[in-house]
Design a protein around this ligand. Sequence first.
Ligand SMILES: *Cc1c(COP(=O)(O)O)cnc(C)c1O
Length: 425
Amino acid sequence: MIYKRSSALFNDAKKYIPGGVNSPVRAFKAVGGDPIFVKEAKGAYLYDEDGNTLIDYIASWGPLILGHAYEPVINAIVAKAKKGTSFGMPTEIETDLAKLAVSMVPNIDKIRFVNSGTEACMSAVRLARGYTGKDKIIKFAGCYHGHSDSFLIQAGSGAVTFGSPNSPGVTQGTAKDTLLANYNDLASVKALTGANAGEIAAIIIEPIAGNMGCIIPTSEFITGLRELCTKEGILLIFDEVMTGFRLGTGGAQEALGIDADIVTFGKVIGGGLPVGAFAARNEIMSYLAPDGPVYQAGTLSGNPLAMSAGLAMLTQLNNNPEVFKSLAEKTEYLHNGFNTVLKTKDIPYQINRYGSMISVHFTDTPVVDFATSAKGNNDTFKKYFHGMLEQGIYLPPSAFESYFLNDALSYEDLDKTIEAIDKVF
Ligand SMILES: *Cc1c(COP(=O)(O)O)cnc(C)c1O
């Protein structure tokens, strides 16, 4: 494949945009080479600026669960755009999307819309602090909750790929209120709650992790967290920016059978437009301005275009919940295909999968937390990534990311992907 035009566009972009990109992982630093500039996309395929066609396994990092340029979503956006793009006043469609989201997700009464997953998680923590009157939070190494200051402590994916686990610019004062535990290690959490008794507002977690590859919590760990939070008066925040409306209508709460106290959303809920949200039961949400004292706002929050995309997307998923089964089956098919191929090659590997999230790690140790994820051989990953790309398969350009399948992927696409991995190794 030839990437002449992509490389030229990248060189031009670097003159005006730091690193040539508006979000670091896109720059291909972890895998080497120049990033590919996309021109358009439809269904499961990306069409790049050099005329190459690629089978897409990132789906804009999650939102496009039904494939690119999905008609009902596009039509909703176009129709809405003709009526004005922003008002800074209330609109009916905000309630329509809120009502639908609340009906789909267990254990929430109210939802507030923001513009990104970062904003959702940042606001959820502020709300938890305001509600509990406590300052500290616990997060898990390798979990990503957006790029706000309190979370840039061993934050997985992008941050780890760039070797800056703790970003300059995050003050000591902020960092000291974020305590770090290990995923799937309840003892590490109990050590922190014990040493900081009465000071912890919230524990925030990716209930199925996707930013250090796909990592599934043991049931002992996740039920243990719930019990611990209830006992200690700590709010449990499920960051469902990745898992919400991807694992099923009710997200990870439903899949795992665990109620969180605050839930954050992004990605799928915006149908490909910039939307985030956070939600909880009334007693917690009533602390939010203008009902309560915890301030949170946004000039473009609840934007009509974004709401129309989200509403069209969630309506599709709610009316056709069998799509989640179809996605999980496709992901399992890919898993089995990869397994059959990789078994015959002389490379250590692990495959983790949950629903439509899957990741391949080149290590012989089971990947259950950040430390075991980081053991993956990055040289093998780079060769694998570029080899797959050469075969027309676009994978996440980082060993710490999960793949996101979209339902436009056909079994023929999956077979091509499995054949590609055979060729590459
Ligand atoms: C993507 C992601 C975020 C951040 O969302 P942005 O919209 O990129 O700000 C937060 N949490 C998780 C789990 C994510 O995957």
